[in-house]
Design a protein around this ligand. Structure first.
Ligand SMILES: [Fe+2]
Ligand SMILES: [Fe+2]
Length: 187
């Protein structure tokens, strides 16, 4: 694991990507519906936090410093929206329903493509155009932003209760989590 005091924002976001992709594999290999549902909630929690933190701190830096920053951000935000609408469908599906697997497959496809774009194009450009110490500062900001919503409900840990009480799981989890992170008010 990278040293948290010196890891930069690219290390941090890349680790997030691969944790979520690993969770998707775990869901695919599990045959226990409740376990699959529980892991899906973890994926949703992690992915919304990751995307919101990117939109708050990383994408604005891309707009400012990358040669084609605006176009890259518009493309990436479009993919976040696709992921979000898939997660909104996914959050209400049982772990043994055929729709659950269909959404899972679509989510994985969009996410792999998105991760590929960020890691092969935008992240190397961030490192090329932004000073190393600034990228470490950005990592700290992303970490803090992610903490604005309660701890993820990791199924191997029993302390997911706070998360479940305040955020989810269930219908509306994606929106409620995003609202919590951005401070957005819903009527
Ligand atoms: Fe990302
Ligand atoms: Fe992203």
């Amino acid at each position: 694991m990278a040293d948290p005091t010196t890891q930069d924002v690219v290390d941090l976001l890349t680790t997030d990507h691969h944790e979520v992709l690993d969770l998707l594999q775990e869901i695919k290999t599990s045959t226990v519906p409740d376990r699959r549902r529980e892991l899906a909630d973890v994926v949703i929690g992690e992915l919304v936090r990751h995307s919101v933190a990117e939109e708050m701190f990383v994408y604005p830096a891309m707009r400012r410093h990358l040669p084609d920053g605006d176009a890259a951000v518009e493309h990436d935000v479009g993919e976040h929206k696709e992921l979000e609408s898939l997660m909104k469908r996914w959050e209400s599906l049982d772990g043994d329903s055929p729709d659950f697997d269909e959404v899972l497959a679509q989510l994985e496809e969009v996410l792999r493509d998105h991760v590929q774009d960020e890691e092969s194009e935008q992240f190397p450009q961030l490192r090329a155009h932004i000073r190393a110490d600034k990228l470490v500062e950005l990592a700290a900001k992303v970490e803090t932003a992610k903490k604005l919503a309660p701890t993820r409900p990791h199924p191997s840990a029993p302390h997911s209760e706070l998360f479940h009480k305040t955020i989810g799981p269930g219908v509306g989890m994606v929106d409620r989590l995003r609202d919590k992170l951005t401070g957005r008010q819903t009527g």
